[in-house]
Each structure stands twice: as C-alpha cells, then as structure tokens.
Design a binder for this molecule. Structure first.
Ligand code: GLC
Length: 399
C-alpha cells in the first residue's frame, strides 16, 4: 500500500496573498513596497473555496498546498501573533480556515506552504533575499533574531493546532545567507511532528536540498523541472500554469492545456508528483487560463485517472514517443503526440496478454508481425484508427 502522497500523484498549489492586488507576482514587495498590495483594500468578495475544491478534485488533484504566509510576511490566516493578516482586511474572514474546510470536505489532503523568509517582521535579519539587502547591503539596523524565531515557532504551532489534521508542510526556503540553523529547526520540527505525527515535510528547511536529513525532510521539491535521475525519496515537481506563482498579468501563458497531461505523466513515470499552481486574483478568482487548464485535465481524467493515481515507474522500457506508468500488472502507455506508426514494445512478447484504449475501451492489437529484425522478445502494438494524441493504451501483463 502506497503512502497517500504517492497514491495522489497530483496536487494543487495556490499562491494567494495581498500581492495579487498589483498583479505582479508574489515577489512584488521585494521590488518596491507599493507593489506589494495593501491590507486596507484587500477584499476578495468572489472567493469561493468550494468551487476551487471542485475544480481541483475534478482535475484529478488529491491534495492542496496553500500559502498561509509568503515571503512578504502577510498572514492569510487569523494569526494570534501579528496584525499583518487577513482578518484585518475589509474581507475579515480567515481564508485559510475556509479553504481547509472546503478542500477537506471534498476529500483532498491538506498542505500548508509557509515562508521561512519574512520581509515584514522587524526582527527577521535582512539578507540578499530581503528588500533591504537586495543590492548587496550588509549593514542593517540591529535585530533580535530570537524574537523572529519565536514568532515563527508560535505561528506554525497555531497552524498545526487550530486547523485540524494537516497532512503536509511546504517550507520556503533556506539559502546560503540563511541556513537552517537560523530557524532553530530541531525545536520547530519536534513540535510539528508531535502535534501532527503523520505530517510530511518538504526539503526546503535544508540548504543544499541533497543531504538526506531524514528527520528534516520527507520529500524533495525540484522546482519547475522534472528530475532526470529520480530521487530515491518521495518527490514532487512544482510548476506554474503561466510562468508565475502569484497572480501576474504579464506572465506568458503556458499552452496548450494538454501540455500539463504530458508533464503529469512524466512525473508519475519517474515515481514523482506534480504540484500545479494557480495564482488567484485580488477578488478571489482563478484566472481564466488556469481554469481552462484544470477543466481540460478534468475531461482527460474521466478516463485517464487509473494511469495516474497510485501509479509509478514502470519495470519496462517504453517505445520511442511513449511514456509508461505502471500499477501492479498494468502498464499504461501514454502518447504525447498522435502516433505516426505502430509501436514496438521491448520485452513484452510473452508478457503482454491484452491491450485496450482507455478512452474508448476498444481492444488494441498486439502482434509479432514483421519483427524478424527486432528482438524476439518484442511485440508490435497496432493503434486503432480512432487513436489520438494524449491517449493511453492499457496493457495487461501476464501473472
Ligand atoms: C520560490 C519562490 C517563491 C515560490 C516558490 C514555489 O522559492 O521564492 O516565490 O513560492 O519558489 O516553489
């Protein structure tokens, strides 16, 4: 039985904060204070977490990771430890609470993104990744980092104790300017694992993200790239629908929507997950392009789901222009483009006993015709005329 994270394979990343007001992404405040958004005018009256959860679930996503606090320091939850928070906006409500309830009701696991970096807290020591240090400055007004460490500890404690079961924590991030030690990781992690014994925690509390600190991290987070050599641990590629995390009007849209099917399959085929991001706008609406992507995935998922959920790396080599995923005695051959020809499947001559087209349920012919020059262990797969790009052929293996 796989862990829920590997069973899920597909998650929903949401970058949302007051920065959505200026539509220039979540690093806007780093560039200039005015671009970072204003709590006094943040009023996302169209926020409807049930519809977000529905969209995500239908697209095949089985967990959500929500930005409880990004680098700007603004808390999207009703923090007991700062006034720089969602409940001090005209909207007043705790959006994290509403979101958690809606997604949990829909059956998704709950993940919190939480920034270790904080551009707002007066006792966070600035460095290169801070507006006050972005030009290489090294002299800052005196801070007491212990006060920031306590703030971080208390905030995370609140998130771990007041929102029910939390399945995943996504830190963001340590650097050579702020190594894990700055945040007092042992104390933090011990508290988190005590309050939420089943939680899994990402690798961004490490600096090199390579050393296997079992205690510190449970899964890897290669950013916007699918690793060639899959890590031996659980892993997840996070990616955007439009080249930006937070709402950004200038980011180029990634098209066509089907590109995300191929990306998801490529992650699963390497034993990993895809965490696909949307950046809702200041009214609480998911941008049209992202909605289109999610709806296109939903349509494909109505029949493709069994090739994704619970699947992983296959024990056979796929033919050119195909990607395999596998679950038990079923191999799934995904076709990113409309095939020009038949497929020669390595090593499946006596092992593949049947094949069907997942989308239609039609039988797909397996044959040894014309394979004199191929390996005697290979088999030819003849796609039916109805085959399309992004189809999946399910191949049943002998016991
Ligand atoms: C980076 C960025 C951040 C984004 C994250 C997503 O760490 O700083 O803005 O939230 O990647 O993985």
């Amino acid at each position: 039985m796989k862990h829920w994270f590997e069973e899920s394979r597909f998650g929903f990343f949401i970058h949302w904060g007051i920065y959505s007001q200026t539509a220039q992404g979540e690093w806007a405040r780093y560039r200039s204070e005015e671009l970072g958004g204003n709590p006094a005018t943040f009023n996302p009256i169209n926020f409807n977490p049930q519809s977000w959860a529905e969209l995500a679930w239908n697209a095949g996503m089985r967990y959500v990771v929500f930005t409880t606090k990004h680098h700007d320091g603004f808390c999207m939850f009703d923090s007991h430890y700062t006034d720089f928070k969602i409940t001090n906006t005209p909207y007043q409500k705790d959006v994290t609470k509403e979101l958690v309830e809606a997604f949990r009701d829909k059956g998704l696991k709950i993940g919190f993104y939480h920034s270790l970096i904080d551009w707002h807290h007066p006792h966070y020591l600035p460095d290169h990744d801070h507006p006050q240090g972005k030009n290489g400055e090294t002299q800052f007004p005196a801070v007491n980092s212990n006060i920031y460490r306590k703030y971080l500890f208390d905030s995370v404690h609140q998130l771990m104790t007041e929102y029910g079961k939390i399945d995943l924590l996504f830190w963001d991030y340590c650097t050579r300017w702020k190594t894990p030690q700055y945040f007092d990781p042992d104390k933090l992690l011990q508290m988190i694992r005590t309050e939420q014994p089943d939680i899994i925690i990402n690798d961004r509390m490490t600096y090199d993200r390579i050393t296997d600190y079992k205690y510190i991290c449970d899964y890897r987070t290669p950013e916007v790239a699918i690793p060639t050599i899959p890590p031996s641990s659980k892993w997840e590629t996070c990616a955007t629908t439009n080249g930006a995390w937070g709402y950004n009007e200038h980011a180029p849209l990634k098209t066509p929507p089907e590109a995300f099917q191929a990306g998801l399959v490529a992650c699963v085929a390497n034993n990993g997950n895809l965490l696909l991001n949307v950046g809702p706008d200041s009214l609480g609406q998911i941008p049209d392009h992202s909605t289109k992507v999610l709806r296109s995935l939903a349509q494909w998922m109505t029949w493709a789901s069994e090739a994704i959920h619970g699947c992983g790396r296959a024990s056979f080599t796929p033919p050119p222009l195909g990607i395999y995923t596998q679950k038990g005695k079923h191999l799934y051959l995904y076709l990113p483009v409309h095939p020009m020809a038949h497929f020669i499947l390595p090593d499946l001559r006596d092992k593949a006993v049947a094949a069907t087209l997942l989308r239609t349920g039609e039988n797909v012919t397996l044959s040894s015709w014309g394979l004199e020059h191929a390996c005697p262990n290979d088999v030819r797969l003849i796609p039916p005329p109805s085959i399309q790009a992004h189809d999946i052929v399910k191949i049943t293996l002998a016991d």
